[in-house]
Write a protein that binds this ligand. Structure first.
Ligand code: DOR
Ligand code: ZN
Ligand code: ZN
Length: 430
């Protein structure tokens, strides 16, 4: 099948393109990106006024299958991704059983393939059962398609294990994705520790809980020469250390979530448990620093940390509620509305942070619109205004603090391997 995407603003940072162009797709691949393309047999898509981008990649999602299918499964999560404008998603191993061997990794990869919507790439665990004691078999997980290792959901508490993980992953060229948190400092904290935690009378989690772990992991990255990727960075102190590590030439990268960029801890005063997330929403000064660090390139990429939960996990007292935000179906609109439309982040940088940079970090063969590459394409309508309605989510997780918010700038078409998998926010059924 031939697809001709006409007259869209093509934004392809890798090839230095940001202008109105036509794009031709055939047999699942990009054939040409030129000023004017004519093709008789092609299905024509009019992209006038739209942004035509490489397919967006979310390198940090929780798909919950196997084991927690009442929260999400690979099918519902893939549908959420397609509707949300993502063509590739990488899923964390905190499932049951944990993705800590080739059998579970292959199961996830194959389930993703059979779902046939977006590319699903598993992330293997750092330690067996994510118990923090013994390294998982990286070689066999790589063979089964894992693109990184992580114990996300939990920190790796033991320094010797983290050291060995960095060393071991390095042999396979994989990054270690670190959930940086000192659980003894977090204790039973419920929200960011600061003015609002005092004001609301809630137990706080200081920025230091993240910062001490980032410090340790950077020191271990230096010791081992391994590749460290800091997940969901949320504090000024962590940013400072990451910036220094990069200057020093260490292999350190990091991601930020849309919710940490868009929301502050003040919103926790609603006592809405959908605002509860790990790491917690931070104070305004941290949020300002995160936005600046993204614009300055200290933060490499944006990832959702899509963490869907069932209603019961959130329909309870704040201190009993599960951590997590269902993010796949709002990510692009949140970043467009809060950062791009406000002029804080330029469009090309946003596209890079969602495409070529995560592709580079994970060594994925996507993230650009070069002829010959797989036709993974995300089209965004910068003028479209919609109100976030979790009931319309494909994700089984309706837990979003953005519910009811009106946002401008939404994905309107998702193309994976030359096939249109979602249009106007709805998945295209076969
Ligand atoms: O808020 C979070 N939810 N943070 C994590 O690190 C884990 C995630 C989950 O698995 O629910
Ligand atoms: Zn995490
Ligand atoms: Zn996570």
């Amino acid at each position: 099948m031939r697809l001709l995407i006409k007259s869209g603003q093509v934004i392809d940072p890798v090839n230095g393109i940001n202008e109105v162009m036509d794009l031709l797709v055939e047999d699942g691949k990009i054939i040409a990106v030129e000023n004017k393309i004519e093709s008789k047999e092609a299905v024509v898509i009019d992209a006038t006024g739209k942004y035509v981008c490489p397919g967006f990649i979310d390198m940090h999602v929780h798909l919950r299958e196997p084991g927690f299918e009442y929260k999400e499964d690979i099918n519902s999560g893939s549908r959420a991704a397609a509707a949300g404008g993502f063509t590739t998603i990488c899923c964390m191993p905190n499932t049951n059983p944990v993705i800590d061997n080739a059998a579970v990794a292959s199961f996830v990869r194959d389930r993703g393939r059979r779902t046939g919507l977006v590319n699903v790439r598993p992330i293997g665990a750092i330690t067996k059962k994510q118990a923090g004691c013994e390294l998982a078999p990286v070689a066999e997980m790589v063979t089964a398609g894992c693109v990184a290792i992580s114990d996300d959901g939990k920190p790796v508490v033991r320094g010797d294990i983290m050291r060995n993980a960095l060393e071991y992953a390095k042999m396979f060229g994989l990054p270690v994705l670190a959930h940086c948190e000192d659980p003894q400092i977090t204790r039973d904290g419920q929200m960011h520790e600061g003015y609002f935690s005092t004001y609301f009378g809630m137990k706080g989690i200081p920025a230091a809980a993240e910062e001490v772990m980032v410090a340790r992991d950077i020191i271990l990255a230096r010791l081992t020469g391994g590749r460290l990727h800091v997940c969901h960075v949320s504090t000024i102190g962590a940013l400072d250390m990451i910036a220094k590590a990069k200057k020093e030439g260490l292999a350190v990268t990091c991601e930020v979530t849309p919710h940490h960029l868009a929301l502050t801890d003040e919103i926790v005063g609603s006592y809405d448990t959908d605002t509860k997330v790990s790491p917690p929403l931070r104070s305004a000064e941290h949020v300002v620093a995160l936005r600046k660090a993204l614009a300055d390139g200290v933060i490499d990429c944006i990832a959702t940390d899509h963490a869907p939960h069932e209603l019961e996990a959130k329909d309870c007292e704040y201190n009993l509620a599960a951590n997590g935000i269902s993010g796949l179906e709002t990510a692009i609109a949140v970043v467009m509305d809060k950062l791009v439309n406000t002029g804080e982040l330029d469009l090309e940088q946003m596209v890079r942070a969602f495409t070529s940079t995560p592709a580079d970090i994970l060594g994925l063969p996507c993230g650009e619109l070069s002829p010959g590459t797989p036709a993974d394409i995300t089209i965004i309508d910068p003028e479209l205004v919609k109100t976030v309605d979790p009931e319309a989510f494909y994700s089984l997780g309706k837990n979003t603090p953005f519910k009811g918010m009106e946002l401008k700038g939404w994905p309107v078409m998702t193309i994976v391997g030359g096939k249109i998998v979602a249009q106007a926010g709805r998945v295209i059924e076969d």
